[in-house]
Design a protein around this ligand. Structure first.
Ligand code: SF4
Ligand code: SF4
Length: 166
């Protein structure tokens, strides 16, 4: 059987098969947000699981397992965002404001953005989706991987996966 096209390019298709998205009833009221994981291919990798302080990423039975989330446990802390070597974890907080969501996105480039900056918000193929405002920049693991908190239009949370500093 042919592999699905999604794995041939390394970029998830619009349907995002295998991506893990929060249940909307829990997500819409969850202050701090919930994790989105877009890691649908079996690979020998598990730092998302081992770094989660809440036990929200279900223990892997096999190092090649794809992540599964126990959503009621997720606090939106974004530790997995900072730790995932594949930049495949994101947090989205739908409670940030009226029609405005807060995304917590991994960022490993220089220069790092600063609070208050306007940035370009990018989709999975690097295309510009919208503009955003940097609300905070953290470095949870003190390893130079930043987690950038960006406010965006709430209807873009399923599309924005990176930023470009302008
Ligand atoms: S955001 Fe925090 S609590 Fe949620 S899965 Fe990631 S590390 Fe765990
Ligand atoms: S750490 Fe990232 S790349 Fe590794 S299994 Fe977890 S989500 Fe996938």
């Amino acid at each position: 059987m042919n592999a699905p096209a999604v794995f041939e390019s390394g970029v998830l298709t619009e349907e995002r098969p295998g991506a893990v998205k929060p249940p909307i009833d829990l997500w819409k009221g969850k202050k701090g947000g919930l994790v989105i994981v877009e890691c649908p291919q079996r690979i020998p990798c598990n730092p998302c699981n081992t770094s989660c302080p809440a036990g929200a990423i279900v223990e892997f039975k096999d190092i090649n397992d794809v992540p599964a989330i126990d959503y009621p446990k997720c606090t939106g802390c974004a530790m997995c965002v900072a730790r995932c070597p594949g930049l495949a974890c994101f947090v989205a907080d739908l409670t940030f404001g009226d029609g405005v969501a807060l995304m917590k996105l991994p960022y490993e480039m220089l220069p790092a953005p600063a609070k208050g900056d306007r940035v370009k918000c990018l989709g999975r193929t690097g295309e510009t989706v919208c503009d955003g405002t940097v609300e905070n920049v953290t470095e949870p693991l003190k390893d130079r991987t930043k987690v950038v908190h960006v406010s965006i239009a709430a209807d873009k949370v399923n599309d924005v996966r990176a930023i470009r500093v302008v």
